[in-house]
Design a protein around this ligand. Sequence first.
Ligand code: ZN
Length: 95
Amino acid sequence: MQISEFQEMMRRLYFQRDSERGTKGTYDWLVDEIGELREALEAGDKEAAEKEFADAIAWLASLANITGIDLEKAAVNKYNEKCPKCGHSPCKCSF
Ligand SMILES: [Zn+2]
């Protein structure tokens, strides 16, 4: 499944509800899920982390859907086989 197919699936599943919740509410859910991902990673719980990664990308896709962003196009345009900052692959930016 491509990123665009995943985003479209999320649209079919949740677009109505996401639209009613709105951008701020959906963004807040995404942030909550990112926090849960951090907790799972800090706990070293790989099974929980896998679920939180899924939730994070799902909420990111929901947010992209209601703001009219094509997630795959945006990602590939910016990260097109090289680091957008230094232009190298692999990245040579300093930490
Ligand atoms: Zn770089």
